[in-house]
Design a protein around this ligand. Structure first.
Ligand SMILES: [Fe+2]
Ligand SMILES: [Fe+2]
Length: 307
């Protein structure tokens, strides 16, 4: 059968464990055909590229996703398709279910995505190997950052950066010795100094892998408005909105999680306490969190993510 090329081998997904698995089905000049598996509740960004003529076409084989910009939210389902060309701004997609998407590109993207997912998986594995708590903590902080920044109607670029930064904000803990990291009480000054280095280590790991904004947010997650935070002791206007949000989300999760050295607070106790600490935390951010907790939205959103 001249001119017909049949591929019957099993699809080779990049990694079995990644959040978004991608397999290259066909590669030719100016054409890449891929299939992508996406877990439920994953965030996917479509980003502007340098080639204005490049077309990226997506066909939903299974599942559904929401496409959100500042004006509207569109839900796309099985057999729907969409494509991008000369995209001006980043667009955020969120999968509503486990999904499979056929992805056709007129330019080369597979190698870039392959490397990008490798980097992400490497970092996630590093965090998971170190400590199960840190892995789950990072995921919860990313969720809280997403909910709070949406409540504050932040720009999409801000939401993108903060969610990525929060997923990896504590990756620097991988470089803190276990005997210090897992010590529950009576830490010496020297041991505290060691723990205070983890945002700097996170910055070193993320630098070059992610944008400067993402790296900076992770670096600043322990800074406080009154200058009492670390590692730089930034104060007031020196703290970006993203740093103000991640610091609240990070503290909220620490206060509401079972740890050997603290009493677990309920969501509403933790939100009230953070709201009362006006010198340290941005009142707009703690008010948004308190509203999310008080009207039950936070719990509802968490349940939706878990469902
Ligand atoms: Fe931290
Ligand atoms: Fe943290």
């Amino acid at each position: 059968m001249d001119g017909i090329f049949v591929k019957k081998e099993k699809v080779d997904f990049l990694t079995q464990d990644s959040k978004s698995d991608l397999a290259l089905l066909l590669e030719q000049k100016n054409l890449e055909v891929m299939v992508q598996k996406i877990d439920k509740n994953s965030l996917i960004w479509l980003t502007p590229g340098s080639d204005k003529n490049m077309v990226e076409f997506f066909y939903i084989v299974e599942g559904s996703l929401s496409l959100e910009n500042s004006e509207e939210k569109i839900t796309l389902e099985k057999n729907d398709c969409f494509y991008t060309q000369d995209l001006k701004n980043k667009v955020l997609l969120q999968s509503n279910t486990d999904m499979k998407i056929l992805y056709i590109s007129s330019g080369s993207v597979y190698e870039y995505l392959d490397n990008f997912y490798d980097e992400l998986n490497f970092l996630l594995d590093k965090i998971t190997e170190k400590d199960e708590y840190t892995k789950n903590h990072c995921k919860r902080v990313a969720d809280y950052c997403l909910f709070i920044s949406k409540k504050l109607k932040c720009a999409e670029a801000v939401i993108d950066n903060i969610v990525v930064a929060s997923l990896f904000h504590d990756v620097g803990k991988c470089y803190i010795p276990d005997e210090i990291l897992k010590k529950s009480h009576n830490l010496t000054n020297e041991e505290f100094k060691e723990i205070y280095k983890h945002p700097t280590y996170s910055k070193k790991v993320l630098l070059g892998k992610f944008s400067d904004e993402v790296t900076r947010i992770a670096y600043e997650h322990h800074e406080r408005l009154d200058g009492s935070g670390y590692p730089c002791g930034l104060r007031g206007d020196q703290l970006s909105l993203e740093a103000r949000i991640i610091s609240v989300a990070d503290s909220f999760d620490a206060m509401t999680s079972k740890r050997p050295y603290n009493k677990v607070l309920s969501f509403s106790e933790a939100a009230d306490e953070l709201y009362s600490l006006k010198a340290k935390y941005d009142i707009k951010v703690t008010r948004a969190l308190k509203e999310l907790v008080d009207n039950g939205e936070l719990l509802q959103m968490i349940n939706e993510v878990k469902a």
